[in-house]
Design a protein around this ligand. Structure first.
Ligand code: NDP
Ligand code: 2IT
Length: 443
């Protein structure tokens, strides 16, 4: 059996109850075959892949908090410190009812390669809870966050592990978490990123994942002789990533015609009214169904999904496995040119094969959405030097990082004989640095 197949079998045997983690490991290892085959003897001797697929440590903890009725609620908290070969653990916290250990492990595993691709010194980690802030009062969210941090603070620190936001964790949650960390430790340090601008946050961090997605997409299109301006775009999600992907796509001259949330999706052929979406989502924390109050000519659907709309570019920005094989076939039949992942693993393995098989340009999430964590690393730099950079300075750095990431993928794919396969390119380019660091640091 090949080394890759051996490791896949062993990960399957040990983690049979974690489908998302298995999916992420398989996708990465499958595309590492060219580099693993070329170095099989050395990597086997080092047990490199065995070390790569096992997290450094997993923390699971009880999070008790009091709801508005005075009742005690209990949620489960997680932090997976996956790999710190190239820097302190870095990665977001996800608060959502479907969070479990397998989901956090998949996200932490992806984060290793994503963070490596940024070129910045950050390792891979992820955390979260099965607590969902949706429908909770501010006081309940605060009570939960304070309790979560009362346990988590023992294991993190500006040079140890630096969490940030993800689904269900935005500026409000980061504020409460930071307040509790500071109160317990008495340290004013960059232990979290995505902080408010008044207390150590970085300009552009709010926009970074969505903007970065468009910077990379634009570069990928340009290098394939295609212009972004004038193209029709479908975006899924209506959260942090989707909103700022929409904003940058519009600034670059594209027409974004869809957005979605977990209860439905909107189709607005004249172009999404982003001010309306920001008011619904960022101010009112309401459902996207309200969009038609602002735009009576737009359509709101609770059946089907945004991938049924005829577009040139598709940007999945909501959650894992939201674009399946059937969706991919529909997109291809409708003439889609490019798909770039704003979310983590939104496209299933089978759907990715359909898209790539049809010659669609496909940018995987670990490259395409790396702008968020890259800007988090820039926030860490600013916190360390106790200075704040201007919007233009951070945005310029973000753009440079995303353009550079695209060329790393392109180059790695070419070096290993898979020109144009940016999945192979991303995994190999992300892996190389981590593998070298692992080997250099010894067992
Ligand atoms: P938000 O919580 O801000 O928004 C998430 C959006 O996706 C919401 O519209 C939400 O709908 C929808 N959504 C979430 N879960 C589901 C589901 N199970 N089914 C259908 N819709 C769903 O999160 P972000 O925008 O921050 O994150 C979106 C994706 O981007 C995630 O995959 C995340 O891991 C990834 N990502 C985020 C980064 C960041 O910096 N924030 C960086 C890199 C990647 P509803 O409002 O109904 O809940
Ligand atoms: O998936 C991700 O890269 C994030 N949620 C951002 C992580 C971070 O540390 O900014």
């Amino acid at each position: 059996m090949s080394y890759v197949d051996e490791i896949i079998a062993s990960v399957e045997a040990k983690n049979a109850d974690q489908p998302e983690f298995l999916q992420a490991v398989k996708e990465v290892l499958e595309s590492l075959r060219p580099i693993v085959d070329a170095n099989e003897e050395k990597y086997r001797y080092e047990s490199l892949l065995e070390r790569l697929v096992e997290p450094d440590r997993i923390l699971i903890f009880r999070v008790p908090w009091v709801d508005d009725q005075g009742k005690i609620q209990v949620n489960r908290g997680f932090r997976v410190q996956f790999n710190n070969a190239i820097g302190p653990y870095k990665g977001g916290l996800r608060f959502r009812d479907n969070v479990n250990l397998g989901v956090i492990k998949f996200l932490g595993f992806e984060q290793i390669f994503k963070n490596s691709l940024t070129g910045l010194p950050i390792g891979g980690g992820k955390g979260g809870s099965d607590f969902d802030p949706k429908g909770k009062s501010d006081r309940e969210v605060m009570a939960f966050c304070k309790s979560f941090m009362t346990e988590l603070y023992k294991y993190i620190g500006k040079d140890v592990d630096v969490p940030a936001g993800d689904i269900g964790v935005g500026a409000r949650e980061i504020g409460y978490l930071y307040g509790q960390y500071k109160r317990i430790t008495n340290l004013y340090e960059g232990v979290l990123t995505g902080k408010g601008l008044d207390y150590g946050g970085s300009l552009v961090r709010t926009q970074a994942t969505g903007y970065g997605l468009l910077y990379l997409t634009e570069e990928m299109l340009k290098c394939n002789g295609i212009e972004l301006a004038g193209k029709t775009v479908a975006i899924s999600g209506a959260g942090n990533v989707a909103i700022y992907a929409c904003e940058k796509a519009q600034q670059l001259g594209a027409n974004v015609v869809t957005l979605s949330d977990s209860t439905g999706w909107v189709y607005d052929p004249e172009g999404i009214d982003l001010a309306a979406v920001k008011e619904i989502k960022e101010v009112k924390r309401a459902r996207l169904a309200e969009y038609t109050n602002y735009r009576p000519n737009a359509e709101y659907h609770t059946e089907g999904n945004v991938w049924s709309v005829k577009v040139d570019i598709a940007l999945p920005c909501a959650t894992q496995n939201e674009l399946n094989e059937e969706d991919a076939k529909t997109l291809v039949a409708n003439g889609v040119i490019a798909v770039a992942e704003g979310a983590n693993m939104p496209t299933t393995f089978e759907a990715t094969k359909v898209l790539q098989g049809a010659g669609v340009l496909f940018a995987p999430g670990k490259a395409a959405n790396a702008g968020g964590v890259a800007t988090s690393a820039l926030e860490m730099s600013q916190n360390s030097e106790r200075l704040s950079w201007s919007f233009e300075e951070v945005d310029e750095k973000l753009k440079g990082i995303m353009v550079n990431i695209f060329h790393k993928l392109d180059d790695a794919a070419k070096r290993y004989g898979h020109e144009g396969d940016y999945v192979v390119g991303a995994n190999i380019a992300g892996f190389e640095k981590v593998a070298n660091a692992f080997i250099a640091q010894g067992c």
